[in-house]
Design a protein around this ligand. Structure first.
Ligand code: 13P
Length: 246
């Protein structure tokens, strides 16, 4: 399966910086053979999607509304708007949204259902906290998130799962190779049991992926790509991670 490297810019970058970052990244030779997805903040989506990019580059939103269509929902962005702005993907259920915006698994599933209805591929994030891992609960926490966050509309053609242990996000401390191997095995078994066309579902790892650890992480069985935060904001670092995915 072609590796998928997504950059989650989170709430970073000015308009000028975002354009400069895309220009620096869009090298068709450096990224050849890798599917690259850029996920800028909402306000930069249309601009980034209109810029010249190699065919293996796509655009994703970082979230979408719990409401499916247009209406009186101040401040919300619905899935059809993401599609209209040039997105093919949307990240849903990121731990920063689960924690800071009290997003439940049910809310993630409802958003995902609307996103699928709009033709978007959902990147559904799951992952345990440090307390949960220390209590040995990581597998049951992640399986419950998968069971409740993935709607019945999901299949191999519209679902990517990102395993992001909360304690590894933005901390510089990525999960160990064996932690990643074990959890990706658990997730692969889950999708094989529960979903249609499971072999085409990519499972990404996210959490302090950087040029120094990318090759090791990306060579683990059942790791089909990475969801990168901090290192996706620096062109040289993100390009090095893309190179490691080749
Ligand atoms: P970092 O790569 O900064 O740890 O962030 C990971 C992440 O949250 C991607 O969604």
């Amino acid at each position: 399966m072609t590796k998928f490297i997504a950059g989650n810019w989170k709430m970073n970058g000015s308009f000028v910086e975002s354009k400069a970052l895309v220009e620096a990244l869009c090298d068709p030779i450096l990224s050849e053979g890798v599917d690259v997805c850029l996920c800028p903040p909402f306000v930069y989506l249309a601009t980034v999607s209109q810029m010249d990019k190699p065919a293996n580059f796509s655009i994703g939103g970082q979230d979408c509304s719990y409401h499916g269509g247009f209406g009186a929902f101040t401040g919300e962005i619905c899935a059809p708007m993401l599609k209209d702005a040039g997105c093919d993907y949307v990240i849903l259920g990121h731990s920063e949204r689960r924690q800071n915006h009290c997003e439940s698994n049910a809310a993630v599933a409802r958003k995902a259902e609307y996103a699928h209805g709009s033709g978007l591929v959902t990147i559904i994030c799951v992952g345990e906290t440090l307390d949960e891992r220390e209590a040995g609960l990581q597998n049951s926490v992640v399986i419950l998130q998968l069971m409740e966050s993935i709607p019945s509309t999901a299949s191999g053609s519209n679902l990517i799962i990102a395993y992001e242990p909360v304690w590894a996000i933005g901390t510089g401390k990525s999960a160990t190779i064996s932690d990643v191997e074990d959890m990706h095995g658990v997730i692969r078994r889950f999708v094989k049991e529960k979903l249609d066309n499971p072999d085409s579902i990519r499972i990404l790892y996210g959490g302090s992926v950087k040029p120094e650890n990318a090759a090791d992480i990306l060579s683990i069985e059942n790791v089909d790509g990475a969801l990168v935060g901090g290192a996706s904001l620096k062109a040289d670092q993100f390009l090095a991670i893309i190179a490691a995915a080749k």
